[in-house]
Design a protein around this ligand. Structure first.
Ligand code: FEO
Length: 183
């Protein structure tokens, strides 16, 4: 009796996304290590924490594939690419990588809709919301570095930014959670 509830196509795509999330964790780990090396311990702390979030994303997908009775394929993780050249470059790279990941998530939503696989479509909605948060978080980073002077940010501004990021929460506030009393 076949107990597999995932199509071959969606199984392959979900396994690929599992690897994408693992690669995202490697990217944050690499950038956090770069930041530590440059003396930005607050930025590094923020990025190390985020690497864990990416591993959590990977685990959620792995668990979903298993729970639907399909086969998990653990593949080699592609490298994180070159180190950033500056804090500005680091935050720009993070934003680009999150936008790319959103595209991958939307593809999975489209595929599950095409197949009328509503269980997978429903599962992926968690990731749609999460990506909105992740992009907001990355945009916040870009706003902070812009205020600090972008590529021209001086040591004082970078020191303040570094101190600030050490205590920045892991999650961003979503528009739907805002009220007039609590903007
Ligand atoms: Fe798992 Fe940052 O997306």
């Amino acid at each position: 009796m076949d107990t597999n509830r995932l199509s071959k196509t969606l199984t392959a795509a979900l396994n690929q996304q599992m690897t994408n999330e693992a690669q995202n964790a490697q990217i944050y780990l690499a950038y956090a290590s770069w930041a530590t090396d440059k003396g930005y311990d607050g930025i590094a702390n923020f990025l190390f924490r985020h690497a864990q979030e990416e591993r959590n994303h990977m685990m959620k997908i792995l668990e979903y594939i298993l729970k639907r009775g399909a086969k998990v394929v653990v593949s080699p993780i592609p490298g994180p690419g070159p180190d950033p050249t500056s804090v500005n470059d680091c935050f720009e790279k993070i934003f680009k990588s999150e936008v790319e990941n959103t595209g991958n998530i939307y593809n999975l939503v489209n595929m599950s809709m095409d197949e009328k696989d509503w269980a997978t479509w429903n599962f992926m909605q968690w990731f749609v919301k999460e990506q909105t948060e992740e992009e907001t978080l990355a945009l916040d980073l870009l706003s902070k570095i812009k205020v600090a002077g972008g590529e021209k940010a001086g040591n004082d501004a970078l020191y303040a930014l570094d101190t600030d990021l050490k205590d920045t929460p892991d999650d961003a506030t979503l528009a739907q959670d805002v009220s007039a009393d609590n903007p």
